[in-house]
Design a protein around this ligand. Structure first.
Ligand code: A2P
Length: 293
């Protein structure tokens, strides 16, 4: 995987994502984490295509990750869904295509289908069959690599033990930061050569509509700030460096040009073993993103 990355979450004002991705590419980002459900894939694609046209990058320099949404798990929907994403991006392939969540919703136009009592309508599907459809997308050249997201060990094992498995997941994207360090899943994935991609590496935007804000703000942490002082870095940069240094890919989200650049300035210093241990000890084992659905 490439060195650094960038993520987008939830709906964003028109054009802001286009500008953010262009700023990020100029700043050196090459890995862009997106999804159909972020509703800005058209802007991500446009930014990538504009930067290619400018001669700043080539398509092969970019690592774009797209995601299969919960309503599209039935195997026959997988390829058309990826083709729709490619059409929106106006690209020929994604570098990585992942199952966004291990549970399925009822297929249809509603991305969050609910019954008359406001309860999600789930859909019974076989994750192994969904995986086989992803394998076919890789064989067809629509996705260079395939992976998963929000999978626990049991769900990973289900895929890896599937009879006739053709490709194992290259990565598992999960919440990961100093307050939620994922020691057990990280060790399991290391043993099986699965890259952990850490989302919410800065502790999220603390938007109460989807974030558990009872866990304190990560970037206010005294240890992260004290270590930052020593290196003339911010708590955000220390949090990102911590994960990168232990082999976890980070996908910080920012639409602010200054913070986009700040989050990339993490390759000119390293944390000592003692500092890494101190940060590991901050783990509270509490998620910001509970995904109660
Ligand atoms: P903004 O887009 O205004 O920069 P996460 O990646 O953990 O989900 O965190 C994203 C949140 O952190 C966003 O609200 C983003 O806001 C903010 N953020 C991004 N980079 C920084 C930074 N370097 N310092 C402080 N906040 C940041």
């Amino acid at each position: 995987l490439t060195l650094c990355s960038f993520s987008f979450s939830h709906q964003t004002p028109k054009g802001s994502c286009l500008e953010a991705v262009k700023t990020a590419i100029d700043a050196g980002y090459r890995h862009i984490d997106g999804a159909f459900v972020y509703f800005n894939e058209h802007e991500v694609g446009q930014a990538i295509r504009e930067k290619i046209a400018e001669g700043k990058i080539k398509r092969e320099d970019i690592f774009y990750c797209g995601k299969l949404w919960n309503t599209c798990h039935p195997p026959e929907l997988v390829r058309p869904t990826l083709e729709k994403t490619l059409k929106i991006l106006q690209l020929d392939y994604v570098d990585l295509y992942i199952i966004e969540l291990p549970m399925a919703f009822k297929p249809g136009d509603a991305l969050y289908p609910k019954d008359e009592n406001g309860k999600f309508i789930y859909h019974e599907t076989d994750l192994c069959a969904t995986w086989e459809a992803l394998e076919a997308c890789k064989d067809a050249g629509l996705a260079k690599s395939i992976g998963v997201s929000n999978f626990n060990r049991r769900q990973l094992e289900m895929i890896m033990n599937k009879p006739g498995l053709k490709y194992k997941p290259v990565s598992n994207q999960v919440e990961c930061h100093p307050y939620f360090t994922q020691p057990k899943l990280l060790e399991f994935c290391r043993q099986h050569d699965i890259v952990i991609v850490g989302y919410s590496p800065l502790g999220t935007s603390r938007d109460e509509s989807w974030v558990n804000v009872s866990s304190p703000p990560l970037l206010k942490d005294p240890v992260l700030n004290a270590i930052g002082k020593k290196y003339n870095k911010t708590a955000a940069q220390i949090a990102l460096r911590f994960n990168v240094q232990r082999g976890v890919v980070v996908i910080p989200k920012s639409f602010n040009p200054q913070r986009i650049r700040e989050n990339f300035q993490i390759f000119d210093f390293s944390l000592t073993e003692k500092e890494m241990k101190e940060i590991e000890a901050l783990n509270k084992n509490v998620r910001y993103v509970e995904l109660l659905m």
